[in-house]
Design a protein around this ligand. Structure first.
Ligand SMILES: O=c1ccn([C@@H]2O[C@H](COP(=O)(O)O)[C@@H](O)[C@H]2O)c(=O)[nH]1
Length: 271
């Protein structure tokens, strides 16, 4: 999907919500465990109830890999369901990959070509030659971890190296990489106070912002400092939406939570 198409969808739906599909079999309603594929049954119900309220879904691959072959098959079915029934939806494989060049190419093929995701999250730690193989794919986005939502972000990402914080070096250096127009960046909602500085370095890039909901990030703060002329934000909530209820009404409860966030986004967009 092109960035322009994503922006058009944001304005059409008045939403820049990304719903995280982090399926934990211990948290889904018990009656789904009796179906052939509980993970896909859960995702399908969530997607059917919420697709009009969001512009993106983000399965975190850990939640599928944890269930072995069945988990991977459920991930394949989920992305196939989205691409077939909702081609207007932007899809993110939250896989946090990145390796030496030839290995990164294989990761990129897996997520972009085989599975058909629009984007994949990538760790910057191994540098340019580990990221550029992802960037080579046309109309696909590589979402680079810049400043993550967890407490451990302060262990390395905010530390100064040669007088400049590491996350700022990731932002600045990555701008010079080949096909850098295909980059987006992860910035945690819990780090909203850093967004003004981040926008100085990458004013035009899209940011994937996890951490609203279960991690306590504030949507208004993120919008205040992170929004640009093209909106430039995909705000993710996973547990806060998909586990709003663990009973039979789970899909409707998820839709209600998604609608709350979409309405806040609509209010911001209409300012
Ligand atoms: O900095 C980061 C990068 C990725 N994540 C992922 O986003 C979701 C957040 O889930 P919630 O349930 O809304 O907290 C999850 O998949 C994380 O692995 C992140 O939280 N922070």
């Amino acid at each position: 999907m092109t960035t322009d198409y994503l922006i058009a969808q944001i304005h059409k739906k008045k939403s820049f919500l990304c719903i995280g599909l982090d399926v934990d079999l211990n948290k889904i309603p018990k009656h789904l465990l009796e179906t052939d594929d509980p993970i896909f049954a859960f995702n399908k119900a969530i997607i059917d109830a919420t697709h009009h309220l969001c512009v993106a879904y983000k399965p975190n691959t850990a939640f599928y890999e944890a269930y072995g072959l069945k988990g991977w098959q459920a991930l394949e079915k989920t992305i196939h369901y989205l691409n077939t029934n909702h081609p207007e939806i932007y899809t993110i494989a939250d896989a946090k990959r990145g390796d030496i060049g030839n290995t990164s190419t294989m990761y990129a093929k897996a997520f972009f070509e085989d599975l058909g995701f629009d984007s994949v999250t990538v760790a910057p730690y191994m540098g340019k030659d580990s990221v550029e193989p992802f960037l080579a794919f046309e109309n696909k986005h590589t979402i680079l971890l810049a400043l993550t939502s967890n407490a451990g972000a302060f262990d390395f990402q905010t530390k100064s190296v040669d007088g400049v914080e590491l996350y700022k070096q990731v932002l600045e250096t990555s701008k010079s990489w080949k096909n850098s127009e295909n980059l987006m960046y992860v910035v945690g909602a819990t780090k909203a106070e850093y967004l003004a500085d981040i926008r100085q370095i990458i004013p035009d890039s899209f940011l994937l912002v996890p951490g609203v909901g279960a991690q306590g990030g504030n949507l208004q703060e993120v919008c205040k400092y992170g929004m640009n002329d093209s909106v430039g934000l995909l705000i993710n909530s996973s547990r806060g939406i998909i586990y709003a209820s663990q009973q039979k009404d789970f899909a409707q409860a998820a839709a209600n939570k998604a609608a709350e966030l979409q309405q806040q986004m609509q209010a911001v967009l209409s300012k």
